[in-house]
Design a binder for this molecule. Structure first.
Ligand code: F3S
Length: 293
């Protein structure tokens, strides 16, 4: 069995940056430390941070002191304002690429543009972006929802950072017919693009693909979708415990990729477990062939 690791996989720049900031806060903890929502879409990481003193909260009205971490997905402006009103000390871990989208939609809204976000309306990043243009953005999830857009005078189009380029290109092309002036900004993050391209490259030459990452992680789900396009046997796991090892080890070539919020130790553990099992099986096969002689 051969294991091929995708060139670009695991923590992206924004998640790594957020983790570094948070670990630094944890090491110097002095008082209460909260994250507004789980820091990243990876339950194993969130659990380990909680054990170190970082408490994820959903409702700001439940707290009135301490430090609050804004996660890499970012939050709407009105929520940030609420934190300021509550006099919480804010540690902003919004990924700079996401922050740039906040600034862009705010700027174009002020210039009288309608804002269209191509992405998943329920994803925290999209909810956050919408919150920087007074929650008035039109959110387009698929090509069908473009038909429902009204004809507009001026429109500014941005994307959730983790959607596929294919989806962005198809939808933004259709939106061009929906306004007199259309400004299109491809705000898909480079890290996402690189991870998606690497996943496709590996999936094309693998008999099975193992995609490691949170079951709710949007960028991991995209990697699963892309892998399925090129490979018949795709296994989405959060940790090695979720992988049906005996089934996977039947394949000759196994490709591995991981979402942007999957830490190195989870990837390493998965590869080492597969490697060890494979070596043991090889040893058993060699031993049994000696026995037959
Ligand atoms: Fe930022 Fe891109 Fe990661 S937007 S959080 S570097 S996927």
């Amino acid at each position: 069995m051969k294991i091929i690791m995708a060139d670009n996989a695991g923590f992206c720049f924004g998640v790594k940056r957020a983790m570094d900031i948070v670990n630094n806060e944890i090491n110097n903890i002095d008082g209460k430390l909260y994250s507004y929502g789980p820091l990243i879409h990876n339950p194993q990481v969130v659990d380990s941070l909680e054990q170190k003193g970082l408490k994820a909260i959903k409702d700001l009205s439940k707290i009135n002191e301490g430090k609050i971490i804004i996660r890499s997905h970012g939050i709407p402006k009105y929520e940030e304002d609420k934190m300021i009103d509550l006099k919480l000390s804010i540690v902003d871990c919004t990924c700079p690429y996401v922050k740039a989208v906040h600034k862009r939609v705010e700027n174009y809204m002020n210039k009288g543009y309608n804002i269209v976000i191509i992405g998943n309306s329920k994803h925290p990043e999209v909810i956050g972006i919408n919150g920087w243009c007074n929650n008035k953005a039109l959110i387009v999830e698929n090509i069908k929802s473009v038909e429902q857009l009204p004809f507009m005078d001026k429109v500014c189009v941005v994307a959730q950072t983790t959607i596929t380029k294919e989806k962005f290109d198809t939808i933004s092309k259709e939106i061009k017919a929906k306004a007199s002036i259309v400004e299109i900004f491809n705000t898909i993050c480079k890290a996402t693009k690189e991870r998606q391209e690497s996943a496709a490259t590996v999936a094309k030459i693998s008999d099975a693909m193992v995609v490691i990452g949170g079951y709710k992680s949007s960028n991991t789900l995209k990697l699963v979708e892309i892998s399925k396009k090129y490979c018949k046997n795709v296994f989405h796991i959060e940790t090695i415990k979720d992988l049906p090892l005996q089934e996977v080890l039947k394949f000759n070539t196994i490709g591995i990729t991981a979402g942007a919020s999957t830490p190195d130790w989870i990837i390493k553990e998965a590869i080492e477990t597969m490697d060890n099992l494979n070596n043991n099986e090889m040893m058993e096969a060699i031993e049994s062939s000696f026995t037959q002689i």
